[in-house]
Ligand binder design. Structure first.
Ligand SMILES: Cc1cc2nc3c(=O)[nH]c(=O)nc-3n(C[C@H](O)[C@H](O)[C@H](O)COP(=O)(O)OP(=O)(O)OC[C@H]3O[C@@H](n4cnc5c(N)ncnc54)[C@H](O)[C@@H]3O)c2cc1C
Length: 417
């Protein structure tokens, strides 16, 4: 990193962060006066990007999805840009000091023993959110995820029962994948699988699974789950799990799950798939966060207004929208345009020559696709129910891996939009 350059630091190398980096390098930095004086610095805890929605299938076995598409090395994706315009820092942001405009990063190299403090001219926070189960996301780095998958897989052949807490898409998809893999699927006209080898139970607090979809679609999902040996317990909340750490620290532990009504369930494996925790631990000033821990982000401009000039947030970490990839995509050009505007103004351009802010608006229509094993699925897009075949075609076939080639390489952002 050249000391004299103005750094546009992006923290988080996934859907939000990688897309922003490509967009800035293609459409923003080249249009700035003295463009060589800027450098996009991408900081990420992992040096590879993961197709995260694929975790419910990928966690079972490396044979189920092509590994070279599931994990992709980040630095190589940016070789296409002029030398000096981009730099990758493999490390974890540990402290943001927004008044002095610096971020401290614990470097992955050397086993995390050294820290670098970098100052930023502009900052994009794209650190996403962690899942309670370490099997379902890149909560740390790739090695950590692979270690957890290995522990879980080792236990699988002998299990007789699995409890999954959470009736959202992550819980339902994981139940469907495990059900089909371990039990197989009942015939098309059977209402449920008789005598499944492994009893898989989804426990949900809601009156139905998949609360983002209408009840009729949720019922269809329940039917598909029953066909792979999955039972759903509704209106039941998990109150406690013993031993402590089962399903989180120890993904292969047997667990006793106590529900709110006092009932207890025993399981050979327990997977918590309830809610997510925003990755904002490095933001010491809690006034920059909203009550649920996400970054307090202007829902229209994507600026973090309280953090000083040229600070933005995007993706699951931002308070802007629901956590979903399809809501990040339309936000990227808005973010790019507003960063460009701010940088041009800071470079001395006049207000009238740089145009107005662009505004983001969350699309709140019913949109969610939930594969249930390899051959079935439920969902809706823009308010229209999708047939099982369409869910398979779009998502269930390979859990979006067909989309990530263009996304990670930046081709998706070839045009300024
Ligand atoms: C099981 C599952 C299935 C899903 N399926 C779908 C789906 O089908 N469709 C859909 O639209 N959405 C889906 N989602 C949601 C989707 O995955 C998220 O919306 C998306 O991953 C958010 O991207 P992001 O870039 O904001 O953050 P993330 O993908 O969470 O990535 C954040 C990145 O930041 C890094 N990071 C975190 N903290 C730090 C730090 N302090 N310093 C440096 N780096 C850090 C992380 O390692 C990670 O690489 C699914 C989510 C899960 C868990």
């Amino acid at each position: 990193m050249a000391e004299s350059q103005k750094r546009i630091v992006i923290i988080g190398g996934s859907y939000g962060g990688l897309s922003t980096a490509h967009y800035l390098l293609k459409h923003v930095v080249p249009q700035l006066p003295e463009k060589e004086s800027y450098q996009v610095v991408l900081v990420s805890a992992a040096d590879q990007v993961l197709c995260r929605p694929a975790c419910p299938r990928a966690l079972i076995s490396d044979d189920l999805l092509p590994q070279d598409k599931l994990f992709v090395s980040i630095p190589k994706l940016f070789d296409q840009y002029p030398k000096g315009s981009f730099s990758f820092l493999n490390g974890t942001a540990t402290e943001l000091e927004h008044t002095s405009r610096t971020v401290s990063v614990r470097l992955a190299a050397g086993g995390g023993s050294s820290t670098e403090k970098i100052d930023y001219y502009a900052l994009v926070i794209a650190t996403g959110a962690s899942t309670p189960s370490p099997l379902l996301s890149l909560n740390r780095d790739i090695e950590f995820l692979r270690t957890k998958w290995a522990q879980f897989r080792k236990a699988l052949p002998t299990v007789k029962s699995i409890i999954i807490a959470g009736g959202g898409p992550a819980g339902v998809e994981t139940a469907g994948e495990l059900g089909e893999y371990l039990n197989g699927r009942a015939g098309r006209f059977a209402s449920k699988l008789a005598n499944p080898r492994v009893a898989i139970t989804v426990v949900t607090a809601g009156s139905d699974i998949l609360p983002a979809l209408r009840p009729a679609i949720a019922k269809k999902a329940e039917h598909y789950l029953a066909q792979v040996g999955v039972t759903v317990i509704k209106q039941a909340r998990v109150k406690a799990v013993t031993p402590e750490g089962a399903g989180t620290d120890d993904v292969s532990a047997k667990a006793t799950v106590t529900l709110e009504d006092g009932k207890t369930l025993e399981a050979d494996l327990y997977i918590p798939a309830t809610g997510m925790t925003p990755n904002t631990g490095f933001i010491a000033d809690k006034s920059l966060l909203v009550a649920d821990g996400r970054v307090d982000t202007n829902a229209s401009t994507l600026r973090v207004d309280k953090a000083g000039p040229r600070v933005y947030a995007i993706g699951d970490v931002a308070s802007t929208a629901r956590p979903a990839v399809h809501l990040i995509f339309p936000a990227i050009p808005v973010l790019g345009a507003n960063i460009k505007r701010d940088l041009l103004l800071a470079a001395g351009k006049e207000d009238k020559s740089v145009g107005k802010d662009r505004g983001f608006k969350e699309d709140t229509r019913e949109t969610q696709m939930v594969p249930i094993g390899k051959g079935r699925g439920v969902g809706a897009a823009a308010g229209f129910q999708l047939p099982s075949f369409m869910v398979w075609l779009i998502k269930g076939r390979d859990y979006w891996l067909w989309t990530t080639g263009n996304l990670w390489s930046g081709k998706q952002w070839a045009k300024e939009s």
